[in-house]
Design a protein around this ligand. Sequence first.
Ligand code: COA
Length: 247
Amino acid sequence: MTATVLTEIVAQGVMQITMNRPERKNALDRASYAGLIAAFAAAEADADIRVLLVTGAGGCFTSGNDIRDFAASADDGARIAIEFLSAISTATKPVVAAVEGFAVGIGTTMLLHCDLAYAGASATFRMPFVTLGLCPEGASSYLLPLVAGSKRAAELLMLGEAFGPQAALDAGLVNATVAEGAALAAARDKAKALAALPPQSVALTKMLLKRGQAASVAETLATEAKHFGERLRSAEAQAAFAAFLKR
Ligand code: COA
């Protein structure tokens, strides 16, 4: 496991996965994605792990994909990010998220694949794909209209403005908002409750909840990935990355 992703058994049957690059607001670079993918694979392979709890270090969930990697990824695009999205979207065990601080880009879209999510009062969400000259990822172009409605999805994905925990709740991205700093405890409580339930019944229920969308999610991930890879190389995106890195 890489140091930018930490795993720890925090309660019986609960593996906490912490995105841990606080000096970069937990921006996900290739090593971080590799760590997340390895953590999800380890959890799938270990019958003692019943629930995954995803969070970020330093009072921040994640600022999304590392923009330096975006700027440099002319060849393989966001391949490893897509591998992670594939892992989280097909996880057979429940995934619970605790969001404090920023949840940007994939930090927001990964919540669409979590079974439960809790946000602290000062959490800030944003999907600035268009702002960056990119396009939606994480199957958000399919799942967000389903959970948030088409108008709200267009607003969040096209304008790419930041929004708070209440708007995230209204959009169906989180289950509840809690006091600032209380998201991890809230998420951990629910993770522990899930871990205490009959695991085969939990897994079956998750499968039944997801099966109607599974093929469309996989197809949308692939379609978005193709466009996203092209957009990464576009002049619009490269100019946006350069502007961020020059700040
Ligand atoms: N990729 C690379 N570096 C990032 C990053 C990212 N996604 N997000 C933050 N960082 C870096 C900053 O460049 C800064 O580095 P520095 O200390 O060398 O200047 C450091 O992390 C701290 O970030 P900073 O911007 O100073 O924190 P902030 O609290 O003022 O703002 C954010 C936090 C998340 C709002 C802001 O950093 C941001 O907008 N990041 C980019 C988010 C993004 O567009 N992600 C991609 C989505 S598809």
